[in-house]
Design a protein around this ligand. Structure first.
Ligand SMILES: NC(=O)c1ccc[n+]([C@@H]2O[C@H](COP(=O)([O-])OP(=O)(O)OC[C@H]3O[C@@H](n4cnc5c(N)ncnc54)[C@H](OP(=O)(O)O)[C@@H]3O)[C@@H](O)[C@H]2O)c1
Length: 308
C-alpha cells in the first residue's frame, strides 16, 4: 500500500510517498481503510524527531495520529464493529512507526469511535486529536456555566474547538488571534483579541476583572501573562508547558484516546452544534505540502489529507 514515509528526521521536506507493507491486525486491533486524516502540529514535530523523549520513534516511519475511514478487518477479540463500519480514531500508539498518512492503518481497540451517518469522514478526521484536546483542557480548567475563559491561539485546530465547546458549556469566551481571524472568532462565539505586544491590556479591556480560566496552546509569553490576566483563584491549563503546574498551580494536558469523549464530540458535529473548519485539503500524494502548511503556523481550523 501507499504511505507517506520518512527515512531520516529531516522534517516535512523529507516526506516521500512510498510502497510499504500492509499493517498486521493484532487480536485487539482494527484495520481502517483510510478516507481522510488531518494534520496536527505534532506530526511535523515528529518528522523532526521531536517527540523522541516521550515516545520511541522508528525509521522508516509513517507519521499521523488522526484518521477516519471504514473498517476493513477486525482482530478476533474486537466486539461491536463490523466490516464497513465508519469510524474515526485518535490512533496514537506506544511507538511511532506506522501512522495514519497511509492507505490503511491498524489502530488499537482503545482508539476508535463510530462516526454518525450525518458526519462526513473528512470532517470526522479533524476531530480526534484536536477536539479531544480542547475538551480535556476545558475539563482541566474546570470551565463551566458563567465563566469567562481566555483561549490562546483560538483560530487554530484545538482553539477552534475549545472556543465552541466552552461556549456550549455556557462560558463567555475571549480568544487570541491575528486580526485576519477576528471575524472567524466572532462567528465561533468568541470575543477576539490580538496576541503579542499589549496582550494583557487587550484582555483586560474585554475582561476588566480578569478571566476565570486560561486555556494555553502557545506557551512562552502567552503563558507568562497568566498572572496578569487571571482573576484570583482562576484556573489555567496548558498543552505546551508542564511547568504550568509548579509556576501557576495549573494543569498540563497530554491528550489520550477516549472513546466516550470522541463519540460525544462526533455527536455534537452530527447535531450541527460543533463546526469543523477545513482550511485546506491535500491528496495523500501531497502529504509533504500538508505538513508544510501546518508548520507555517497560521492554519485556520484544520488541514485535511484525503486518500484520493
Ligand atoms: N499536549 C497535547 O496533547 C497537545 C495536543 C494538541 C495540540 N498540542 C499543541 O498545541 C499547539 C496548538 O495546536 P493546534 O493544532 O491548535 O495548532 P494549529 O492549528 O497549527 O494552530 C494554528 C493557529 O495558531 C495561531 N497562532 C500562531 N501563533 C500564535 C500566537 N503567538 N498566539 C496566538 N495564536 C497564535 C494562528 O492564528 P493566526 O493565524 O491568527 O496567527 C493559527 O490559527 C501546538 O503546539 C500543538 O503541538 C498539544
Amino acid at each position: 500500500m501507499r504511505a507517506a514515509l520518512i527515512r531520516s528526521f529531516d522534517g516535512p521536506e523529507s516526506v516521500e510517498i512510498a510502497d510499504v507493507v500492509e499493517p498486521a491486525v493484532g487480536p485487539d486491533s482494527v484495520l481502517i481503510e483510510v478516507a481522510a486524516t488531518s494534520v496536527n502540529p505534532v506530526d511535523w514535530k515528529i518528522l523532526h524527531g521531536g517527540m523522541q523523549a516521550a515516545i520511541p520513534h522508528h525509521l522508516p516511519m509513517t507519521p499521523g495520529w488522526d484518521v477516519a475511514g471504514t473498517v476493513a478487518a477486525v482482530g478476533p477479540a474486537i466486539r461491536d464493529l463490523q466490516i464497513g463500519d465508519r469510524v474515526a480514531a485518535y490512533a496514537r500508539k506506544d511507538h511511532v512507526r506506522d501512522g495514519t498518512f497511509a492507505e490503511r492503518v491498524a489502530v488499537p481497540e482503545r482508539s476508535w469511535a463510530l462516526v454518525p451517518d450525518e458526519v462526513d469522514l473528512e470532517v470526522a478526521a479533524c476531530l480526534p486529536l484536536a477536539g479531544m484536546t480542547a475538551d480535556m483542557l476545558l475539563d482541566a480548567a474546570a470551565v463551566g456555566e458563567g465563566d469567562t475563559v481566555l483561549v490562546h491561539a483560538a483560530a487554530g485546530g484545538v482553539g477552534s474547538f475549545a472556543v465552541q465547546l466552552a461556549a456550549l458549556r455556557g462560558a463567555t469566551v475571549v480568544g487570541t488571534a491575528s486580526e485576519r481571524n477576528h471575524d472567524y472568532l466572532r462567528d465561533l462565539g468568541a470575543t477576539p483579541v490580538t496576541y503579542g505586544e499589549g496582550l494583557v491590556d487587550h484582555v483586560r479591556e474585554v475582561a476588566p476583572d480578569g478571566v476565570d480560566a486560561v486555556v494555553d496552546l502557545v506557551g512562552g509569553a502567552a503563558l507568562e501573562a497568566t498572572p496578569q490576566v487571571l482573576r484570583d483563584g482562576g484556573r489555567v491549563a496548558s498543552v505546551i508547558d508542564p511547568s504550568v503546574a509548579d509556576r501557576f498551580g495549573g494543569t498540563y494536558v497530554f491528550v489520550r484516546p477516549d472513546r466516550a469523549r470522541l463519540t460525544r464530540l462526533l455527536q455534537l458535529v452530527a447535531e450541527g452544534r460543533l463546526k469543523v473548519e477545513i482550511a485546506e485539503r491535500y491528496p495523500l500524494e501531497q502529504a509533504r505540502e500538508a505538513f508544510l502548511a501546518s508548520k507555517a503556523g497560521h492554519v485556520r481550523g484544520k488541514v485535511v489529507v484525503t486518500r484520493d
